[in-house]
Design a protein around this ligand. Structure first.
Ligand code: DGJ
Length: 713
């Protein structure tokens, strides 16, 4: 709603947003936070006014939507551009405000002197209140405009939200949340890796000191973008704080010719008064209902079998046929042939770019294997790494100039590969033709789209082109999807290096991490769950001894960890112990029994001591729930603690059973499991008791995971 004083108020999902945008004035955030029912915007403005800060400007410099250079604020600048050094200080003034829907607004502002126009689009998700914000910059002069910085917006931070959590990580150790200690000045994370990155996932969470998983006020932010990014929080010496997220640009990279525009990626921002888990649910719901395209909702997500850790590059006809038979017997519904099937790809030093089946390994092409897999009742999926080329490949020998580079500098190779310049139409056309013809000629229902290196010199035709390269990747995927509307795509980048809402707009799941170590996975998946629902997280049961960490974990633990996600297997089924395969088969059957709930229910993380990771899902109609309690390490007290079950209907009772492992045994007797008959038919317990008294967890060895099912009676 726009009032005559130029205030815009949007309300949805217990969230209120108030903007001040009278024509001729600077557009500004007035309020964004938990819903205000009846406070007049003029009152909010009055209450937000600050007094003169001694030692500061005579009149406080008011923040604007973009905090552009020209307003004179000398910290937290969100927009900075120039024309060869001139026109460096734009100030935007509102020229028009449009309200396309009840829950969205478009604020058009312009600096008539520097001839730059900024259009900020903001919308609240009608269900969750999650805010999406995107900005477009237009060069309205007749000379080029260089944009150095363009955050999506400059969001004022609630000063009470002093606990900040950012993301760090590494290959095989993604989504590590790190608490940022108190500071004045700036917290900045710059990602220049040419992908979303393993180390600086563009997500940030802010909470009050007393906020927990199930209670309290908190905020979260995510940039839906798969390229370079900058996240910053500025705490000014005058006491104000701002959050900004946007693309990171290399020098001269974002140059707008006269009449052209730059559009930022979307910033997603959420607020909850009910703790971090509720905030995650808002992000999950918004992603699956409004960002992803919904094709996937038509059928249950099939259980995967992936060949990577079973055979690596050693593709052998008999082994693959036997693996397919075993996988189908154990319960796989989709078989994915990973790296190693094409060109001269017998190891990671050759063949990338040559996207046709290896004549040496597949003399009759892929059809016999695909037919076998389909005959076994499974779908077939195939691995690609389209953006890459090995110098030792036919493609590179024919087109050595098709790679991204900085003029005059030696190429930096990584995993023996270079990055193709997808901004050149002939390169994207080649890749499209190769993938398209394979998809047309075979029954391939799924591709794993991998990307296995950082980009160090993202240059094309003498200029930095990281942003255009990321857009070109999107365009290629979009083109392929348009030609093959039924195709499902996984976004993989050495594990979770390209996981974000930008890529999920055009793909169906992410490969969460290359580490299949269940203990690592407990924390990686927990970190990812702040922004990603379980349905999009690829989770595989790996070999008994993890190939990356060397750790041995029981099949029960590996199954329980992979069960809460889009489940699959990635191990040599021909070598695993028979007893373990029985456990695996039972685990997959359990996943299938509960996957509708796992992939659509309301997600909860629980507050537990450090030695535990407890998570769960509750059906949206509260008819059932599934919770996992994982004892990661030893516990401090003699007994491991209690599971306080959230989210159930407090007026009802639930049949409570322990469904994994079956039967579970406590180390000490008599055990609570027998007392409540939890291994058997279970106990009927009131929801209020489950949430307020909790279930005593039996005494467990470290690295043990229990799964409880609750069914409303
Ligand atoms: C990295 C991926 O994350 C792995 O799962 C596997 O597909 C390899 N690349 C193949 O090269």
């Amino acid at each position: 709603m726009i009032d005559e004083s130029g205030f815009v108020t949007l309300r949805a999902g217990e969230t209120s947003l108030v903007l001040s945008c009278p024509v001729g004035a600077a557009p500004a955030f007035v309020y964004w936070g938990p819903q205000l029912e009846g406070t007049d915007p003029a009152v909010i403005t009055m209450m937000s006014a600050r007094q003169h800060a001694p030692g500061g400007t005579d009149q406080e410099i008011e923040a604007s939507l973009l905090n552009e250079t020209g307003i004179g604020i000398n910290a937290a600048v969100g927009f900075s551009a120039h024309r060869n050094g001139a026109d460096w200080a734009s100030v935007f003034r509102v020229i028009e405000v449009r309200q396309p829907t009840e829950h969205s607004v478009e604020i058009i502002s312009e600096d008539r002197a520097t001839r730059v126009r900024a259009t900020v689009q903001i919308g609240l998700d009608p269900d969750t209140g999650l805010m999406t914000c995107q900005t477009e910059i237009e060069n309205r002069a007749d000379t080029d405009l260089s944009i150095d910085v363009c955050a999506v917006a400059s969001l004022p931070l609630d000063l009470r939200a002093t606990r900040l959590f950012g993301y760090t990580g590494r290959w095989a150790g993604e989504f590590r949340l790190e608490e940022i200690g108190p500071f004045q000045g700036s917290y900045v994370r710059e990602n220049k890796s040419g992908r979303t990155s393993h180390h600086s996932f563009p997500g940030l969470i802010a909470g009050l000191p007393g906020t927990h998983e199930q209670t309290g006020l908190c905020y979260a932010f995510h940039l839906g973008w798969s390229g370079n990014s900058r996240t910053r929080v500025d705490r000014l010496s005058d006491g104000r704080a701002f959050l900004q997220m946007g693309e990171y640009f290399f020098p001269g990279e974002m140059s707008l010719a006269p009449g052209t525009t730059y559009r930022t990626p979307p910033l997603y921002a959420g607020v909850s008064n009910r703790g971090y888990s509720d905030l995650s649910r808002k992000f999950h719901h918004h992603l699956s209902q409004s960002v992803m395209d919904g094709r996937i909702r038509r059928k249950p997500r099939p259980v995967h079998y992936n060949t990577w850790e079973a055979v690596y590059f050693d593709h052998d006809h008999d082994t693959l046929f036997a693996l397919a038979e075993k996988a189908a017997e154990i319960g796989a519904e989709r078989f994915i042939l990973d790296d190693g099937w094409f060109g001269s790809r017998r190891d990671d030093r050759a063949g990338l770019g040559d996207w046709w089946p290896s004549e040496e390994v597949y003399p009759d092409g892929l059809a016999p294997l695909i037919d076998h897999i389909i005959g076994l009742g499974m779908e077939f999926g195939l691995w690609f790494e389209p953006e890459m080329v090995n110098p030792d490949s036919e493609l590179f020998r024919a087109h050595p100039d098709w790679v991204l580079r900085a003029e005059g500098l030696e190429q930096i190779s990584s995993r023996h590969q270079y990055v193709l310049d997808l901004t050149r139409p002939e390169v994207s056309d080649y890749l499209f033709e190769r993938l398209h013809s394979l998809l047309e000629g075979h029954a391939i229902s799924y591709i794993k789209w991998d990307m296995n290196r950082d980009v160090h010199h993202p240059g094309s035709q003498g200029r930095a082109a990281a942003s255009r390269q990321a857009q070109a990747v999107y365009a290629l995927i979009d083109r392929l999807r348009a030609a093959h509307p039924q195709l499902e795509i996984e976004s993989c980048s050495s594990g979770g290096g390209r996981a974000d809402y930008g890529i999920l707009k055009r793909t169906d799941r992410i490969w969460t991490s290359d580490s299949n170590d269940a203990l690592d996975r407990q924390s990686i998946q927990r970190g990812a769950s702040h922004f990603f629902p379980l349905e999009v997280l690829g989770t595989h049961v790996g070999p008994a001894k993890c190939h990356i960490t060397g750790r041995r974990l029981s099949m029960r633990m590996r199954v329980a960890t992979a069960l809460f996600g889009h489940m699959g297997m990635e191990l040599d089924l021909l070598k695993e112990a028979a007893a373990d395969l029985d456990v695996l088969k039972a685990g997959i059957a359990l996943h299938k029994q509960h996957r509708a709930l796992i992939h659509s229910g309301d997600f909860h993380r629980l507050d537990t001591p450090d030695h535990v990771n407890a998570i769960g899902v509750v059906a949206r109609d509260q008819s059932e729930a599934l919770f996992s309690w994982c004892n990661l390490t030893g516990h401090r007290e003699t007994l491991p603690g209690r599971l306080y079950v959230p989210g159930l209907d407090s007026g009802r009772s639930y049949r409570t059973r322990l469904v994994w492992p079956q039967p579970a045994r406590s180390i000490s007797q008599p055990s609570v499991l027998e007392a409540l008959n939890l291994n058997g038919d279970g106990a009927i317990l009131p929801a209020e008791a489950l949430s307020q008294i909790g279930l005593q967890i039996p005494l467990l060895h470290p690295e043990t995971c229990l799964i409880y099912h609750f069914e409303m009676v």
